[in-house]
Every structure is written in structure tokens, then in C-alpha cells.
Design a binder for this molecule. Structure first.
Ligand code: ZN
Length: 201
């Protein structure tokens, strides 16, 4: 029998945050309103949310309307992240703000599966691919809990370090970096080895 309605929340490996759209608030800020989310925002759920909302087109008549009831997620403009040594681009990211919680998402509509191939049958969605050969970042820490306890390691596509040589990585706290992107209002973020700035605690 074919399902006739969207599936209910799927607890295992499936999106934890549903719905939402991408709109501009009266002050110009980009936001997503979640009316039915009870989940705490995490690096993973925010990335899934961004992937979803950035792929869809919404009526422009929604722009300029103040967010209604629900959880409001604000997004920064795209930020190009680059290596401080060779200045090669690492990737494009956006900061998010969900109440007192901040973090970053990769600015891509593509979803990459983990090494786990997932349920039998796979995904017919052409935007879902992976596992990814050279990811621009990896996450560590309490990823499923909160961005405050999540570390993001950006990887330079060129620089190598150590023996045997591994891609040079730059560690940042997800929450602090997200907050910093909102405060800096920058289109370009240069990674260096000693993170400092207003978001550093
Ligand atoms: Zn580099």
C-alpha cells in the first residue's frame, strides 16, 4: 500500500527537524520558522534543515512578514571559509542562530550519507550522495547534543601536516564560530591556528 501522508518522525537516522521555509524578516534577515520542532538544535539537525529549506522555493509573498509562533532560526549570508596558509577555499558556510544557540552549516543543498549505506533500496534523490571522498570538515564531540559541545575541524584541500602527511585541520567550537559569524557580518572567514575574536570564551 502506498503511503498517502508524510511519514511520522523517524527516530533512526532520519531528519529530526521537519518543515520550515526560508523567508526574509522585515529587517532583511534570513530565517526559517519551525512550528512543530521540539528537538534541541544540533549541528546535524541544523545541517539537515538547511539542506532542506535551501532546496525549496517558497512564495516571495512570505518575505517581509514577521516570524510567527514557533522556533525561529536565523541564518547569516554565505561565508567563504579559507585556509590561512595557502588561502585556498575550504568551503562555503552559514552561521545559524536558534535562540541562545549558535552554530554553522555548510552552504550546500547536497546531502552526503555517512559510510552507512542506509536502508535497502537507497535514495533515489540525486542530491543525496556519498560517502563523500574529501569532506571539507568533520565534527567531533557531543554532536547529537548541542553545538556548544561540538567541535568542527575544517580541512584545507591542499596543506598537509604530520608524518604520514594528513590534511591540515583547523579546530573551532561550533557555537562560538556561529556566534562569531553573526557578529563579524563577513563574507570571508580566514582560518588560522589561534582562534581569537569576540566569540572566544
Ligand atoms: Zn592550506
Amino acid at each position: 500500500m502506498m503511503p498517502t501522508s508524510p511519514p511520522p518522525d523517524r527516530p533512526n537516522g532520519q531528519p529530526l527537524v521537519r518543515g520550515g521555509s526560508l523567508s526574509h524578516a522585515p529587517d532583511g534577515r534570513l530565517y526559517t520558522l519551525l512550528t512543530s520542532s521540539r528537538q534541541a538544535p544540533t549541528a546535524t539537525t541544523m545541517q539537515e534543515l538547511w539542506n532542506r529549506v535551501s532546496r525549496q522555493r517558497y512564495p516571495t509573498s512570505w518575505d517581509g512578514v514577521a516570524p510567527g509562533q514557533g522556533r525561529v532560526i536565523y541564518w547569516t549570508a554565505p561565508v567563504s571559509v579559507e585556509c590561512g596558509r595557502c588561502h585556498r577555499p575550504v568551503g562555503t558556510y552559514r552561521g545559524y542562530q536558534a535562540g541562545a544557540d549558535y552554530g554553522v552549516v555548510e552552504d550546500t543543498a547536497r546531502q552526503y550519507r555517512s559510510a552507512d549505506p542506509g536502508p535497502a533500496g537507497g535514495h533515489a534523490d540525486p542530491l543525496v550522495r556519498g560517502p563523500r571522498p574529501n569532506p571539507p570538515h568533520r565534527l567531533d564531540g557531543m554532536i547529537a547534543k548541542s553545538a556548544r559541545q561540538t567541535r568542527i575541524y575544517f580541512r584545507c584541500p591542499r596543506c598537509r601536516t604530520g608524518q604520514p602527511p594528513e590534511p591540515r585541520e583547523y579546530e573551532r567550537n561550533m557555537h562560538r564560530l556561529g556566534k562569531q559569524l553573526f557578529e563579524l557580518e563577513t563574507a570571508n572567514y580566514v582560518l588560522d591556528d589561534a582562534p581569537r575574536g569576540p566569540g572566544r570564551q
